[in-house]
Design a protein around this ligand. Structure first.
Ligand SMILES: NC(=O)c1ccc[n+]([C@@H]2O[C@H](COP(=O)([O-])OP(=O)(O)OC[C@H]3O[C@@H](n4cnc5c(N)ncnc54)[C@H](OP(=O)(O)O)[C@@H]3O)[C@@H](O)[C@H]2O)c1
Length: 323
């Protein structure tokens, strides 16, 4: 029987329990996948902790690479033996699982299982952030928080590839060195550098057209002060906690600012959009424009250790669980 990590009650990393599971045959539109590598994302922590709600019990995780083991009666797009990847489908922390065929994309030959699992969710997120939420262009100066993180490291490299000057924030000098080697022209360390002041200096007092903020509570208000008039605040995560309610007239006082809270579901609503996003991710990885760093690997059964590392800000780049 295969195993999976299951959450029976929300809480700390100890709620991630290694259990035997029963996986049936794939139904219509489904594929059974023997998974090899599973990506860990900060959103997995929100679900485990109960910040995002999900009926209990559940298997966490949202992205993985695997080999098709069996297909449902009407599935013609895939066959047993195909190597595929998905993101945004809850239930990834498992050795074997059922996945809707429509969510699966074939992994190109040049991309290994662990790189596929490390980059799909983070890369698709970076893709819509810098190509759709705000189209980063040559000559832009932008601010990326948590630039050494999973999404941050991909986004910084991708924005640099598009011709932007990238200002990144991180929490340590080691992370600053890493991001300077991966897309960031300026690496600012929380507690040492005042990022509002530096952004103002670098932009000649004008401010940036876009801030990508995944930290939330601790950075949100200061991020607004980094924007130029009519700039776009992209709040796409909350690793420090949710942003408390605030008076919306702040956006007027700080320069007619725009604010968006983008999600993958809204940007990848159709099969065509998933394929388009995945292709762009594969292209930037295969061209070398975006280097994927798997700086932490764990056995699937040790998912709790992966969560402890991620939420204590010890990690850089991607974390992968090996099934
Ligand atoms: N909207 C979407 O569709 C979408 C999709 C994917 C990811 N996300 C969001 O993007 C963010 C990044 O996800 P990820 O998986 O790549 O994680 P990550 O960036 O690798 O990890 C989170 C990082 O946030 C920073 N951080 C600042 N304050 C923190 C705190 N109090 N606790 C923990 N971390 C803190 C840390 O970097 P420093 O130590 O360098 O500050 C940490 O490494 C998350 O907020 C996630 O929810 C959103």
């Amino acid at each position: 029987m295969p195993y999976a990590i299951r959450v029976r009650e929300t809480g700390g990393p100890e709620t991630l329990v290694w259990e035997e599971i029963a996986v049936g045959d794939p139904g219509p539109g489904q594929v059974r996948l023997r998974q090899t590598a599973i990506g860990v994302n900060f959103i997995d922590i929100y679900f485990r902790a109960g910040l995002y709600e999900q009926p209990l019990p559940f298997i966490p995780g949202r992205e993985a690479v695997g080999v098709v083991d069996a297909v449902g009666p009407d599935v013609t797009s895939l066959k047993p033996g195909d190597r595929v990847v998905y993101s945004g489908v809850q239930g990834a922390y498992a050795q074997v699982r059922l996945v809707p065929a429509a969510r699966l994309v074939k992994v190109p030959d040049g991309i290994s299982d662990d790189v596929g699992a490390a980059v799909m969710q983070k890369g698709m997120t970076a893709q819509f952030l810098c190509r759709q939420t705000y189209r980063v262009s040559k000559g832009d100066t932008i601010l990326v928080h948590a630039a050494a993180g999973g999404v941050g490291l991909v986004l910084s490299q991708w924005a640099k590839h598009l011709g932007a000057t990238v200002i990144g924030t991180v929490s340590t000098e080691e992370k600053a060195e890493l991001v300077k080697a991966h897309g960031c022209d300026h690496a600012l360390v929380h507690g040492k550098d005042d990022f509002v002041k530096v952004v103002r200096e670098v932009t000649g007092g004008v401010g940036v057209p876009v801030v990508y903020d995944s930290i939330g509570k601790d950075t949100f208000m200061k991020s607004l002060d980094c924007l130029r008039p009519r700039g776009l605040m992209v709040l796409f995560g909350q690793s420090s906690g949710p942003v408390p309610p605030f008076d919306i007239s702040i956006l007027d006082k700080k320069g007619s600012l725009y604010l968006t809270r983008p999600t993958q579901n809204a940007y990848l609503p159709t099969r065509a959009k998933v394929e388009e996003g995945a292709q762009e991710v594969f292209d930037v990885v295969q061209s070398g424009a975006v280097k994927v760093h798997i700086n932490q690997r764990f056995a699937l059964k040790d998912a709790a250790d992966a969560h402890r590392s991620l939420e204590s800000r010890k990690t850089t780049g991607s974390l992968v669980l090996m099934a």
